[in-house]
Design a protein. Structure first.
Length: 511
């Protein structure tokens, strides 16, 4: 079906995209009642009460913690937070909506303006936000075996909806926005933002216009995309479909479409010729939402240093490369861990040029760049192999333990390869590096006399390789060095092993 849309059409049109993202807030209970907000863990329809089932006479009570999390999200996104807002009823009839309306915010949303810095293919960009408001989730329809059932566990779970201006111009940019937003929401702890479980869902608004045309084209909405890959793929498909439509001289229909993951295409769901009249009006069962200044100040203070500021500080304070700072800020636990390793008393220091300690002074401190390399390299690899993350392993591998290991390698007590092996055991057992090194005799063999004796033995035992080397086959030098490494159980310093072999060869040639 993709071949039906010639790529040449794409060059004439500009894609214009705005996103509406629904984010489930991390609360114990629902937005307006005391029911547990663990919809996915519970059997269907076991998290319900008269309020969230919309029974007559039941009165909603706002969840203060949900409002706090929504305010934190708005602040982190740079929105103007309005201290005087209100809840409104958005009326429509659908089987997943027990009350016949959804409590939302319309004329006075919690937050307006703001935006998110988003890098697209290495270029810095900015996506402006229109608004952020609080609303309650709907129930879930389950279609199976030819029938449709409804599970009210989700009805009334607290959400924020975050609406962008139409600032995005490509499927990749939209994907990057969702990725950046998800990272920020997790970072500040307001949502799991897990797309697979529906804690973050994206509606896409997109249209095409001829390049240079100031007017926007007819908008198509694609609802409920639940992965970043789906956002990218659905937009790429719509761009081709709408371009083909316009190139044929047809109008794009103003409609809502769904994304058919299996078929890789969007399909029409409903037309928008008769726009919904949601008949918004102030929720009569709730007073206006008034947020005291002191309370807003508390919410601002509860926010951690935001990811962009954290990255900037890691670069400025520790001399890291921006790409390493980005890896270390993949989540807050990792960034905190990195700085905790650096702060370990006496084990590390930020200045790699500082005077190394004299003989007998113990392992030399490792610079921040070494610690960064150990975390983003061997530690990430070891965690990945074990299905763990930094937060999960911090008890087994306290920052001081990693600092000590990095220092052992930096000062040459063990090789980097041995260090990686030791790291695995430290994660698995909680042991200290020095104890593992001492127990297994892993300290590097770089005693010149030892290496000299071992190299001479290897040269004497491999006359064929020695003859090859003398005949100009340089590869046999590697073979002889390998013999030394093997004899030392890979604990020889590789440079020292090489020197010892070359010297042994010179001595045997001379003798
Ligand atoms: Zn309830």
């Amino acid at each position: 079906m993709q071949a039906a849309h010639p790529p040449s059409d794409l060059d004439a049109f500009e894609l214009v995209v705005g996103l509406e993202t629904h984010v489930q807030l991390v609360t114990a209970s629902k937005m307006f009642c005391a029911c547990a907000a663990d919809a996915d863990l519970a059997a269907p329809n076991t998290r319900t009460c008269p309020v969230c089932l919309g029974l007559p006479g039941a009165l909603p009570v706002p969840n203060a913690h949900a409002v706090a999390l929504a305010v934190r999200a708005a602040l982190a996104l740079g929105c103007t937070v309005h201290a005087h807002t209100r809840f409104e009823r958005k009326s429509y009839h659908y089987p997943d909506l027990p009350k016949g309306y959804q409590i939302s915010q319309y004329t006075r949303p919690l937050g307006t303006g703001g935006g998110l810095d988003v890098d697209v293919e290495g270029r810095a960009g900015h996506v402006r936000l229109e608004r952020l408001h609080i609303e309650e989730d709907t129930a879930r329809l389950v279609h199976a075996a030819g029938e449709t059932r409804v599970d009210f566990n989700r009805a009334g779970i607290p959400l924020v909806e975050i609406v962008t201006r139409p600032d995005l111009r490509s499927p990749d940019a939209a994907a990057a926005y969702v990725e950046t937003l998800r990272h920020l929401l997790r970072w500040i702890g307001v949502s799991t933002a897990a797309m697979a479980s529906g804690a973050l869902r994206v509606d896409v608004n997109c249209s095409l216009r001829r390049f240079g045309d100031p007017a926007l084209g007819t908008k198509v909405e694609i609802k409920n995309l639940n992965s970043i890959a789906a956002v990218r793929a659905a937009l790429a498909y719509e761009r081709r479909r709408q371009a083909a439509c316009l190139a044929r001289g047809e109008a794009v229909a103003h409609e809502t479409r769904g994304w058919d993951e299996a078929a890789g295409r969007t399909t029409p769901q409903r037309g928008k010729e008769h726009a919904h009249d949601y008949r918004y009006f102030p929720e009569p069962d709730l007073p206006p939402l008034v947020l005291p200044e002191a309370w807003l100040t508390e919410q601002r203070a509860a926010l951690p240093e935001l990811p962009a500021a954290r990255r900037g500080r890691l670069v400025a304070a520790h001399g890291l490369r921006p790409e390493d700072a980005r890896l270390l800020t993949r989540d807050r636990a990792t960034a905190d861990y990195f700085e905790a390793v650096l702060a370990t008393d006496g084990a590390t220091r930020a200045d790699p040029e500082a005077t190394p300690p004299g003989p007998g002074a113990g392992p030399a401190p490792a610079p921040a760049t070494s610690v960064a390399a150990w975390i983003t390299g061997p530690l990430f690899a070891a965690l990945y192999a074990r299905g763990l993350d930094v937060a999960a392993v911090r008890n087994h591998l306290p920052p001081a333990h990693l600092a000590a290991l990095v220092a052992l390698v930096a000062s040459g007590v063990v090789t980097a390869n041995v260090g990686k092996r030791v790291l695995g055991e430290m994660i698995d057992t909680g042991s200290r590096a020095r104890d593992i090194v001492d127990r297994d005799g892993l300290a590097q063999v770089d005693d010149a006399a030892d290496l000299r004796r071992i190299a001479e033995g290897v040269v004497a035992a491999n006359p064929k390789a020695v003859a090859d080397y003398r005949a100009g086959k340089t590869a046999s030098l590697g073979f002889l060095i390998g013999g030394v490494m093997k004899a030392t159980h890979a604990q020889a310093n590789p440079d020292a092993a090489r020197r010892a072999v070359v010297e042994a060869l010179e001595r045997s040639a001379g003798g």
